[in-house]
Design a protein around this ligand. Structure first.
Ligand SMILES: Cc1cc2nc3c(=O)[nH]c(=O)nc-3n(C[C@H](O)[C@H](O)[C@H](O)COP(=O)(O)O)c2cc1C
Length: 204
């Protein structure tokens, strides 16, 4: 399969439902190439605060157990009930690969935390675009268990790190979903004349 170019990948990337992924494994070399791409994201002060843990094969069960425990903690329980655990394992096995994403703010130079998060978001988008270019679908999940501090600790991220979610990856079963966006023209203003401020003020 020929890789999609950048603009093609940007337009064609879609969040894909876990039930629409094939179980086929993803080559480790392919996963590494996505992580290499993510590593080229920009960061203020060159802090490179993105951290990843990749789960494939049986490793996905470790992620499932961690998320089930975080879900239990959110519900005020110490341990997940067996049914909760079973459902979570089933869910993790729907995608052949998962990547847990955390932000680990740099000690020096210290940047505002939100800038470190923005940098990690850039890395995630870069990874998902690289995935799309080689025909892989993705889904960024940021639900409460995926963001829980227990998840960060149990997955071995640094004490100072916090979760930014988990990304499911897999080859699509069937057609790619059709994307929808409201027009860019509704979200942009162009300023081409020096006296534009006067017209903004006049508009109130
Ligand atoms: C920061 C972030 C967190 C997201 N978290 C979730 C999530 O928890 N569950 C989900 O179904 N989709 C999640 N998404 C995906 C969005 O639902 C999706 O991007 C949106 O519906 C647009 O669809 P598209 O990605 O196919 O263009 C997230 C996206 C972003 C950027």
């Amino acid at each position: 399969m020929e890789a999609l170019d950048l603009l093609g990948s940007i337009r064609a990337r879609r969040t894909v439902d876990l039930n629409h992924l094939r179980p086929d494994p993803i080559e480790p070399a392919t996963l590494k190439s996505l992580l290499e791409a993510a590593n080229w994201a920009p960061s203020h002060g060159k802090t490179e605060p993105w951290r990843f843990v990749v789960f494939t094969g049986e490793g996905r069960l470790m992620l499932a157990e961690t998320l089930a425990t975080s879900l239990a903690l959110l519900k005020g329980q110490d341990q997940p009930e067996s049914e909760m655990l079973r459902q979570q394992r089933e869910r993790q096995l729907l995608a052949p690969a998962w990547i847990a994403v955390a932000v680990e703010p740099a000690e020096k130079p210290r940047m505002p935390f939100y800038e470190e998060q923005w940098a990690v978001a850039c890395a995630v988008q870069t990874l998902m675009l690289a995935a799309r270019s080689v025909g892989l679908a993705s889904k960024w999940i940021s639900n409460a268990p995926s963001l829980h501090p227990n998840t960060a600790r149990a997955l071995g991220f640094a004490e100072t790190a916090s979760m930014m979610g988990i990304i499911a990856l897999g080859y699509i079963d069937g057609e790619w979903p059709v994307g929808e966006r409201r027009p860019i023209a509704d979200k942009v203003r162009w300023i081409e004349r020096h006296d534009e401020r006067a017209s903004i003020e006049a508009r109130g």
